[in-house]
Design a protein around this ligand. Structure first.
Ligand code: PMP
Length: 406
């Protein structure tokens, strides 16, 4: 154990809740994470002490709140290795960040006959915005397959890329399988044909150190709520030249320079892409969540995650009669599986009665389910507070489920 797990766990009030009279075993972190006291306090503090709308005010509280919001932007920038805070656009979540790129980049640079390349393992939020774009612009969507072990067919990506490709969009980590894609290689391959690259980092940023320069990507999206921050916080990283070249997606207050009926000019990035009053309380608390994970250490978190995934997979395999979906390791943050002869919903309902929260279903990745010809999976996903005991509880629960259906 590379960090003091008990001390980390003690910072999450919800972990002392009981579920069906059992201690909570929360293994649904890929859907959303729980919040430590420091993040709850940071959020609360905005409303208790400093709340005032940002940017437009000249009064004291507005200035304090604006500084906290812009400091949060700097914290996000340095957390993911962006060279300048202006490359960070605050969004509500990953979904909004991808939609921003699909609209602002897509409407300008994707033309009839052009191609947008995705992978079959994407979350719906990195599929549907691109489908809508392609319909709007008369462009073609192309999809890179995986192997049966969940690894991405980079060979197929190589064959698919051409001068027609405008952008390649890929998840860093699969939210279903916990498999890790080589997004730096994907970015390099995209750039070799003059295309841009968007990384959906929703499932990587909470689990290991991510650096946009190291990944060489043009865009990177993540959600605050999956990294111990409040709902409504998230960010898009975009290389500054794209932010300069792209037109705004949404119009409104905050994003303008001068408005008249003769025409409107826009604010400099990133504000050009932040129309309306943002959830500044959530953004400020996101910075606190980042400091929280940095204090534990991203490398420590990554090591712990990998050990938990190994314990889960080894344990499930030794039970027998279990199919792991996506065996290509190392896994980061999540493991999906099916129990022979048991519908995933039945398995999850029984586990719930034991206080074990896992997610069941298609995990917003229906094309991936179709690829494996399965209706869904049971997914266990980990957070900084996940213990070996939690995994033991899951494994015991799975054994019970098997006995009940024997
Ligand atoms: N991408 C991935 C890989 C995800 O796991 C998720 C959330 N499950 C999303 C995108 C969407 O995140 P959000 O709903 O916070 O926008």
């Amino acid at each position: 154990m590379a960090y003091d797990l008990d001390s980390v766990r003690s910072q999450f009030p919800i972990l002392s809740e009981k579920v069906h009279d059992r201690p909570l075993v929360y293994l649904d972190n890929a859907a959303t994470s729980q919040k430590p006291q420091c993040v709850i306090d940071a959020y609360d503090d905005v409303y208790r002490r400093v709340n005032a709308n940002i940017h437009r005010g000249v009064h004291h509280l507005s200035n304090v709140c604006t500084s906290l919001y812009e400091d949060a932007r700097k914290t996000v920038a340095s957390f993911i290795g962006a060279s300048d805070a202006s490359e960070i656009v605050f969004t509500r979540n990953t979904t909004e960040a991808v939609n921003l790129v699909a609209n602002s980049f897509g409407n300008k640079f994707v033309n009839p006959g052009d191609e947008v390349v995705l992978t079959v393992l994407e979350h719906h939020s990195n599929i549907v915005p691109w489908q809508l774009l392609c319909q709007r612009r008369g462009a073609k969507l192309r999809v890179v397959d995986i192997r049966d072990d969940g690894s991405l067919r980079l060979d197929q990506l190589g064959e698919m890329l051409s001068q027609k490709t405008r952008i390649v969009c890929a998840a860093h980590v699969s939210n279903v399988m916990g498999t890790v894609n080589d997004v730096r290689q994907i970015a390099r391959m995209a750039h070799a044909v003059g295309a841009a690259c968007l990384v959906d980092a929703a499932q990587s940023v909470p689990h290991f150190a991510v650096d946009v320069n190291d990944l060489e990507c043009d865009f990177l999206a993540f959600s605050g709520h999956k990294i111990y921050a409040p709902l409504g916080s998230g960010a898009l990283y975009a290389r500054r030249h794209w932010l300069d070249e792209m037109d705004p997606w949404m119009g409104g207050g905050e994003m303008i320079d001068k408005v008249s009926f003769a025409g409107t000019t826009f604010a400099e990035p990133p504000l050009k892409f932040e129309a309306g009053t943002p959830d500044y309380a959530a953004a400020i608390a996101l910075a606190e969540a980042i400091r929280f994970v940095q204090k534990i250490g991203l490398d420590n978190i990554a090591g712990q995650d990998e050990a938990l995934a190994r314990q889960t997979i080894d344990g499930l395999q030794s039970i027998g009669g279990i199919r792991i979906v996506g065996t290509h390791g190392p896994h980061s943050g999540a493991v999906s599986f099916l129990i022979d002869g048991v519908h995933p919903y039945d398995a999850s309902m029984i586990l719930d009665k034991m206080g074990i929260a896992v997610r069941t279903g298609h995990h917003c990745a229906q094309p991936l389910m179709e690829r494996f010809s399965i209706p869904g999976t049971v997914r266990a996903s980990f957070g900084v507070y996940t213990s070996k005991d939690d995994i033991d509880a899951l494994l015991n629960g799975v054994e019970r489920v098997k006995q009940m259906f024997a």
